[in-house]
Design a protein around this ligand. Sequence first.
Ligand code: LMR
Length: 396
Amino acid sequence: LFAAVEMAPRDPILGLNEQFNADPNPNKVNLGVGVYYDDNGKLPLLKCVAAAEKQMLEAPKARGYLPIDGIAAYDKAVQGLVFGADSGAVKAGRIATVQGLGGTGGLKVGADFLKKVDPNAKVLISDPSWENHRALFEAAGFPVATYPYYDAAKRGIDFEGMLAALEAASARTIVVLHACCHNPTGYDLTLEQWKQVIETVKTRNLVPFLDMAYQGFGEGIAEDGAVIGLFMDAGLDIFVSTSFSKSFSLYGERVGALSVVAASKEEAERVLSQLKRVIRTNYSNPPIHGAQVVATVLTTPELRKQWEQELAEMRVRIKQMRTTLVEKLQAAGIRQDMSFITQQKGMFSYSGLTKEQMQRLRSEFGVYGVDSGRICVAALNSKNIDYVVDAVAKVS
Ligand code: LMR
């Protein structure tokens, strides 16, 4: 049966973890996967999470099956966070939200549902995009092409190219957009540019699928989520996948969601029934723990406040690391202007380093980043930054 099974390539992001873990270099630094570490290089357990878990432990509950779409209070809290509790669409019941297995799970439920709704649709992702976007939508059966996004020469966004590609897309093309903290480049559209994108999406009758995995890591929770409000104002049917992996430091709990905005309550109910079919036939129903933690934090005012503070601390530390990185690279004699690193948002920096340089960083110095040149700035700290800068200077 398995004689002809070919070896699959290593995952371009998670595969790096395997290599990193096997590397005996005592100075090794993992700037590959998008994970936030504190200044001591430790994965944080947020205080709000520990407090919610304490509450849960004090009133232990038996573990029955969750409903297929997850914990109702969690789905409601997700809607409040993503769309605003006062949103007309939330109040009108026009949004179907299901608990998902991380952001990836939300994307996949949405992709499988879309394949049923519109089997001949095509998918457009940004060039470049998160490595898993292409694989995920292809696995759901869609042909995947790209729209221009990153402009290496100008160290920014090829906005004209992006708009032109959207203008040229056939009606009902699914367009995957990064709501904030673009992965991998760190370059986000301005709100003015978003308005133009939304106009094009509307006139061309495209299907927007917003991936929001880093809300709160750019400028703030509300600022990073502002784009959702613009889509809602335009009256569009949209898909939004949410991840709490990073914003709650709950990577291994797989806590996320998918929200689908429909034209009416009745339509949203039909959509929800189909999302539930997708979930039921894939993994039946979601797990309890992580979603219960997030629901508890989001719905308990003191814990919510604490979460917002802890998220702000992570955001500020990342920004500090960006500034320090630029200063230290300049001090190390890198001639090129690296100040673009401070203009990028979120966990990542598209460093401009080539595949060969990234591979040298890995093999000679144990500094792990993605071959595309993406490095996770959120894994830099005051202890490892000099080593990383020295390694980058040596391969530059
Ligand atoms: C990343 O891009 O590193 C993260 O989103 C983690 C992942 O699943 O790839």
